[in-house]
Design a protein around this ligand. Structure first.
Ligand code: AMP
Ligand code: AMP
Length: 361
């Protein structure tokens, strides 16, 4: 495990007046780069050749480093180049999607805005459950074995796969049938069958609140909310029930985009308490806890019970709906505040207070 001392040593050699903000070109990179530029930082995009068109069209990256594969981030030469450029990396969903927790905690020797020690709690389903339960959140039930399925469940694949290959089942038999169907449609590989996670299906709407844990201000901010736009589940309602039955559709949840949301004001106190408690528990599990943005994935039922089924202790792509501003960021900051910019502001403030060691790990 890369230690804080190793990161501090690197930061000691950095020219902090010329810090560069870098990230993988995907997910929420534009959000991050725009915020960094607005706060006067240099920006570095590590991206696939075929995607450079995007980072040229929106010219927010001062430097584009092309790679064949994001695992090239593990190469010593590339890391040395990033350190030479005084780079701090902002982790987002593509880091956890394309690198393993071990690779990020053992082999990525570039300072990151985030708590590496918390990654371990975020990426293991059982550990994540313990974290959220200790924070007092309401969670869906889980089933250890397919034979135990006694109600509608959602079957999930491990890792941040954006809902790809998820499916529903309501009995051990329907589970086996769906598995065969998903494999034959190429949505599930046979290797993944044993790592499927079975969770009680909560009937409700999905709500993803975005928070920001500020280490320098010792506060948790509520910056926005989104909901997801998922294929094919959001398309099923467009075909009549008869045809749905005829073609035996099972809903899948591949994420395509996000939709901004505001909530009943009476739901906000509970969501704010949930964010505070999750951050406080993180501090107990792996001090200093969450550094910067995080998001809860929740479902709200018709009697207004909030179920949390996941946490992301980093920027989520749903915050892209707030680029420029979101209603809740506006309420706190006025115009022009969004997660990418909030990250850059936090970094700027920590540098001003000479507290870089508290926010980079
Ligand atoms: P990508 O680089 O687009 O493959 O994204 C990496 C991972 O981040 C994906 O596997 C998704 O789980 C997640 N992700 C990407 N975009 C979004 C989005 N707009 N909303 C939610 N999750 C996303
Ligand atoms: P995820 O990739 O974990 O963010 O989830 C993808 C989709 O599955 C989202 O639309 C969620 O609302 C839905 N989902 C995840 N867990 C549950 C659950 N326990 N009950 C109902 N829907 C869920």
């Amino acid at each position: 495990m890369i230690t804080q001392q190793e990161i501090s040593k690197i930061l000691d050699k950095y020219d902090l007046k010329h810090l560069a903000i870098g990230t993988i070109g995907s997910h929420s990179a534009l959000n991050i780069f725009k915020g960094a530029k607005e706060e006067g930082f240099k920006t570095i995009c590590i991206c696939k050749k075929s995607d450079t068109i995007l980072y040229k069209k929106f010219p927010l990256a001062d430097e584009i480093i092309t790679v064949k594969d994001f695992t090239e981030l593990l190469n010593e030469n590339l890391q040395e180049k990033l350190r030479q450029l005084n780079t701090v990396l902002i982790p987002h969903g593509s880091f956890t999607a394309y690198l393993s927790t071990e690779q990020m905690t053992e082999n990525l020797l570039v300072p990151m805005f985030g708590n590496r020690r918390l990654l371990h709690w975020e990426t293991g389903r059982e550990r994540q459950k313990e974290w959220l339960q200790r924070a007092g959140l309401r969670l869906p039930k889980t089933f250890d074995k397919a034979e135990q399925i006694s109600e509608l469940v959602i079957a999930k694949l491990p890792g941040a796969k954006g809902g790809k290959g998820y499916f529903l089942a309501n009995s051990p038999e329907s589970f086996q049938r769906k598995v065969r169907e998903m494999v034959s449609r190429g949505l599930l590989s046979t290797d993944d069958i044993n790592s499927i996670h079975l969770q009680q299906y909560i009937l409700g709407v999905n709500v993803y609140p975005h928070y920001f844990a500020s280490i320098v201000n010792n506060d948790v901010e509520f910056l926005g909310v989104d909901r997801r736009y998922e294929s094919a589940v959001d398309a099923i309602g467009r075909i009549p029930a008869d045809e749905q039955l005829d073609i035996k559709i099972s809903p899948t949840y591949t994420i395509v985009g996000n939709i901004p949301l505001t909530l009943r004001e009476s739901l906000l106190p509970e969501l704010i308490r949930m964010g505070d408690n999750v951050a406080k528990t993180a501090n107990e599990l792996a001090p200093p806890g969450i550094i910067g943005p995080f998001c809860l994935e929740t479902i709200i039922t018709d009697n207004l019970e909030i179920y949390a089924f996941e946490i992301s202790a980093r920027i989520v792509a749903g915050t892209n709906v707030g680029i420029g501003t979101s209603p809740y960021a506006y309420l706190k900051y006025g115009e022009n505040m969004y997660t990418g910019k909030r990250i850059a502001l936090e970094i700027k403030e920590a540098l001003r207070r000479k507290e870089a060691n508290r926010i980079f790990a």
